[in-house]
Design a protein around this ligand. Structure first.
Ligand code: ADP
Ligand code: MG
Length: 655
């Protein structure tokens, strides 16, 4: 890394100013980002008392020359930026030259650093911003920053710190996610003597996800691969005089920008009550961005209930010019130059991949233990995610970052990582602890299940078309046998999905099947509904509802989609007006359209508590298998649960 310089005022003034150090995790974030910018391959993070007493970050990066080490504590001293135009294409994580002086002004800081260009290193001690000592020291290449007694001189700030465990959860979450962004590097995090995370270099993100979360979680995720899209920029129009001066024999290609998306996200059945499990990196920077959050939710639209969130680990890469990182003091927000392109790209790529995977939900045969009995993960991080999940679902809006984290207790590492929550409760097959292993494996007289007869696990819902319905329970759920175990299908939501896709297709083709009512239905509206009605009257018509105003706050419905029974008509209209009210505020026309189709489908679908004969059940399964998305209903509820043969064998202690 080049030498550090103090930014001239005109550059410094253009930098988003504000508080950098809010809590111990912000110190870790800034120091870790500096180590990453320094090209380090190994990061050792030690904390004590959740970072209140001590934070130490050691790296094997490029280190600093002696003069630079001193200069680094001046405000706006950075080696990463030179002039104003560099602000337009920042490729390093840092650029403001403010972190070190800010941290040093609110703690007792020790910097030990050596550049490979010097034979000895430098050790600098600072307290409350005052340099106490600066001397030569024999040091290994790299940098160690030790921060003690954070906010010791700012009691007001200290009071705002949460408990040790909460601060530690923030730090652990941060380090874990940076470790996911850099699978090729070593990360080790310890709190006093407890090792919280230790990952060694691996070749792929998949392997790193496995190291951090374990194989069970990995199974519940879909990998997106690398998806790319090019944005063609309009050719720059050059005034004629200049055009002559800049004449080139070859006509210039219009400039293009390349966007790449990779990472993992959860199948729709994995539903979280908040956004704490969504991690988005833009050009390697961990950010919290409304636009991308919205794109992610939009990808799951109609696959997940609106108040539920997926797990996501997304990496968006683009040219540095396409993203302005200089919009937030702690660099956690960005602004995209072509925001709607980025939004649609992310939404479409995730949705496409979700559809491709058509994943089958399954459920565990073992009753899910209460949280306190949850086995601790081999990596305590999984503990954090578990704790973060248990947070009461807040009334989150897009603009609100998930802030407050819950308290949690660390347990020693042991056992497999906990599974994600499924929205459907697992069936309880084997209550109580299983008998001893010896007993389990004793050859008995009950007959052996030949292991070669164990079918390959069914991971995709394409198998639905081969299912054999066995009957219903509660006249609501179809039980069906498949090649691998059995399935339970919610008849109402299954039919809802079939109808939803049918209506959406008809809507797209402009051919919604309508039925004319013998007598128009007169519907009385409230003032608010009247306004919503006026706004969406055209859309209603296009969706198969022929209506017209009929006096004051009254409409006459003359025709309706064929699927809807006249007795449901009024209810469904009110439902649609309600969607119009909420959706039109923030969402697009496309969302409204989907909402209308979902309402029609829901009202027209077979109800629960309805007896179905075999032929109807078979038809339902075939039709469901033919849908694009047989895994969840348009409102996001699961449709089919799979109980694999392996789990049956396990429950009967045969494997
Ligand atoms: P910024 O990262 O915005 O440049 P900082 O205050 O975080 O500002 O750091 C100031 C400078 O100190 C950096 O530009 C860099 O040159 C140097 N520096 C900080 N941490 C390290 C490190 N771990 N290894 C090498 N150089 C570092
Ligand atoms: Mg920095």
């Amino acid at each position: 890394m080049g030498r550090i310089r103090i930014l001239p005022d005109q550059v410094a003034n253009k930098i988003a100013a504000g508080e950098v150090v809010e809590r111990p995790a912000s110190v870790v974030k800034e120091a870790l980002e500096n180590s990453l910018d320094a090209g380090a391959a190994s990061f050792r993070i030690e904390v004590e008392s959740g970072g209140r007493r001590l934070i130490r970050i050691a790296d094997d990066g490029c280190g600093m020359l002696r003069d630079d080490a001193l200069l680094a504590f001046e405000r706006h001293a950075t080696s990463k930026l030179r002039d104003v135009k560099d602000l337009l294409s920042i490729s390093t994580l840092g650029f403001r030259g403010e972190a070190l002086p800010s941290i040093a002004s609110v703690s007792r800081l020790l910097l030990e650093t050596r550049s490979p260009d010097e034979t000895t290193g430098t050790s600098i001690e600072i307290a409350g911003g005052k340099i106490l000592r600066c001397e030569e020291a024999a040091l290994a290449r790299g940098t160690v920053v030790t921060v003690r007694d954070l906010f010791y001189n700012v009691p007001a700030r200290k009071k705002f710190l949460r408990t040790e465990q909460t601060e530690l959860a923030h730090i652990a979450s941060l380090v874990t996610h940076y470790s996911l962004a850099h699978p090729g590097k070593t990360f080790r995090l310890t709190n006093a003597v407890t090792e919280l995370l230790h990952v060694t270099p691996v070749a792929t993100l998949r392997e790193r996800v496995y190291q951090v979360f374990g194989s069970q979680v990995l199974e519940e995720l879909v990998e997106i691969g690398i998806r790319e899209k090019e944005l063609r920029l309009p050719p720059v129009s050059v005034p004629p005089s200049q055009a002559i001066a800049e004449y080139r024999a070859e006509p210039e290609e219009p400039p293009t920008r390349n966007f790449r998306l990779s990472g993992f996200f959860s199948r729709p059945q994995v539903q979280k009550g908040n956004r704490n499990s969504i991690y988005i990196f833009v050009n390697g920077r961990l950010i919290r961005d409304r636009l991308l959050m919205h794109a992610l939710s939009a990808a799951y639209h109609n696959l997940m209930p609106p108040a539920a969130f997926p797990f996501a680990l997304l990496f968006l890469e683009c040219d540095a010019e396409e993203v302005d990182v200089n919009v937030h003091p702690s660099k956690t927000e960005v602004r995209f130059r072509h925001a709607s392109f980025v939004h649609d790209f992310v939404r479409d790529m995730i949705r496409e991949r979700l559809m491709e995977s058509r994943p089958a939900p399954s459920f565990s045969p073992v009753p899910r233990p209460a949280h306190t009995e949850q086995p601790a993960a081999h990596l305590p991080y999984s503990d954090f995610s578990q704790m973060l999940e248990d947070e009461a679902p807040p009334p989150v809006t897009l603009e609100e970052p998930a802030e407050a984290l819950p308290e949690f207790t660390l347990r020693p590492a042991a056992g497999p990582p906990p599974r994600f929550d499924f929205s459907a409760p697992p069936i309880e097959v084997a209550p109580g602890p299983p008998p001893s292993g010896k007993l389990l494996r004793r050859p008995d007289t009950h007959g052996e299940f030949p292991s070669e007869a164990l079918p390959a696990p069914e991971m995709s819902l394409s198998v639905l078309s081969e299912l054999r319905p066995l009957g219903q329970i509660h006249e609501s759920f179809i039980i069906a046998a498949g090649r691998d175990g059995f399935w339970i299908i919610d008849q109402h939501v299954a039919h809802e999905r079939i109808l939803f896709e049918q209506v959406m297709k008809q809507r797209a083709a402009g051919r919604i099947e309508m039925q004319r009512l013998l007598m128009p239905l007169i519907v009385q509206l409230t003032a608010e509904q009247q306004i919503d009605y006026a706004r969406i009257a055209d859309e209603l018509y296009a969706s198969g509802f022929e209506t017209e105003p009929f006096g004051n706050r009254t409409i006459a419905v003359k025709a309706a989609p064929a699927a809807v029974s006249p007795s449901e008509l009024e209810k469904i209209l009110f439902e649609i007006l309600e969607i119009a009210e909420t959706e039109l505020r923030g969402a697009s026309l496309d969302d409204l359209r989907r909402g209308i189709c979902a309402s029609i489908a829901c009202r027209a679908a077979i109800k629960i508590n309805t007896r179905l004969d075999n032929a109807k059940m078979e038809w339902l399964l075939r039709a469901l298998a033919a849908t694009d998305c047989p895994m969840s209903c348009p409102h996001g509820r699961p449709i089919a649960l799979h109980y694999p043969t392996r789990d049956i064998l396990k429950a009967f202690h045969r494997v």
